[in-house]
Design a protein around this ligand. Structure first.
Ligand code: OKP
Ligand code: ZN
Length: 351
């Protein structure tokens, strides 16, 4: 199986995040996550690890807001050259101010004003290498998309794994947040729509609110997310079952919230409903936002899917027999990440 991966992610290593209760803690989304996955893929021996191709900015501009992309590109330098009001260390950019829901009449010119405007939370600090890492990550997803698109008209079904870091599914059209800056799966999906209809299945523990935002009004992409109930879990403000799309996209988004403690059986029951919807949509391609934080021993997750459950999830998805791009999202039990990814991908070999 082809795996698209770039070491450029090493340039992104945010020193902290602001956790629940306002505590400054070490960022959970660390480069070591990739090392553990790569070790497992290499040991398995059935994976070809390939560098991404550079797709330029056009596929990004088709999905993300231009002002937001400009912000991401220059934010760190602008912040570092802004005089400080008080004497403190600065290693990354995070805002201390957010616009209220109806307070978005202007995009401020200042870097701090724009930071609050374009960031949805305090877990995605912008560092010196963040933009470059995010670009490389999205190029991994696009390279995987290109691979699965080839020959799909001849009924040869390819699958690929985009080993993306930073992850992407919380990045909306004009926002970063939740360790995500550019929506890798969404950019790859939009690129694939030139060849046909695409379904996105987001199995990360957290609701795919960025992906929901990007495709909410579109019928040529079906988006489905299975996740912890946003009444109690990040990202809190989207991921509810009554959010089903709008305008032409009405009926083309679905959310499946799960209670804390949900086990393999509960997860697989929701998965069957999601798969049924995907089959009814008759997509030409499938993109899976694969977060391994559904695993029972994840430090951020509060549902309890086992490694075998993850294997079963992969198997059921592979049985759709669609050209499939698996895109890496979250998963923070680093010691278990390799085994969980291998389990998930098991049924995609020879596809
Ligand atoms: C990114 B991905 C936990 C606070 C969590 C951010 C989580 C981002 C998850 N109580 N803060 O979907 O794995
Ligand atoms: Zn997650």
């Amino acid at each position: 199986m082809n795996v698209y991966y770039s070491e450029t992610h090493l340039r992104h290593h945010p020193p902290f995040e602001i956790f629940d209760g306002g505590e400054k803690v070490a960022n959970f989304e660390v480069p070591q996550r990739m090392e553990r996955i790569l070790e497992a893929l290499r040991a398995d021996g059935r994976f070809d690890i390939l560098p991404p191709e550079d797709f330029g900015l056009d596929p990004l501009l088709a999905v993300h807001d231009e002002g937001y992309l400009a912000f991401l590109r220059t934010a760190y330098d602008e912040w570092m050259s802004t005089p400080l009001d008080a004497d403190y260390e600065r290693s990354a950019l995070l805002p201390a101010t957010f616009p209220p829901a109806k307070g978005r009449s202007h995009i401020p010119k200042s870097i701090l004003g724009r930071a609050g405007y374009y960031m949805m939370d305090l877990s995605a600090p912008i560092t010196a290498g963040t933009y470059h890492a995010a670009l490389a990550s999205v190029n991994c997803a696009l390279s995987g998309a290109k691979f699965i698109a080839q020959d799909s008209s001849f009924n040869i079904h390819h699958s690929a794994f985009a080993l993306c870091r930073p992850p992407g599914h919380h990045a909306g059209r004009a926002n970063c947040g939740g360790y995500c800056y550019l929506n890798n799966a969404a950019v790859a999906t939009h690129w694939l729509t030139q060849f046909g209809k695409v379904a996105i299945l987001d199995i990360d523990y957290h609701a795919g609110n960025g992906t929901q935002d990007i495709f909410y009004n579109r019928a040529d992409v079906l988006t489905i997310s299975i996740h912890a109930d946003p009444n109690y879990e990040y990202p809190y403000y989207n991921g509810y079952p009554d959010e089903t799309g709008a305008g032409e996209g009405l009926g083309y988004h679905r959310n499946f919230p799960l209670p804390f403690g949900a086990d393999d059986q509960a997860y697989l029951a929701s998965l069957e409903q999601a798969l049924h919807l995907i089959i009814g949509y008759t997509p030409n391609f499938l993109v899976v936002s694969a977060g391994m934080d559904i695993y029972g021993n994840d430090p951020l997750g509060k549902i309890r899917v086992s490694t075998n459950g993850i294997r079963h999830i992969g198997q059921r998805i592979a049985e759709l027999n669609l050209p499939t791009l698996v895109v890496m999202e979250g998963g923070y039990n680093n010691a278990a990440l390799g085994a969980n990814i291998l389990a998930f991908l098991e049924a995609f070999h020879e596809k």
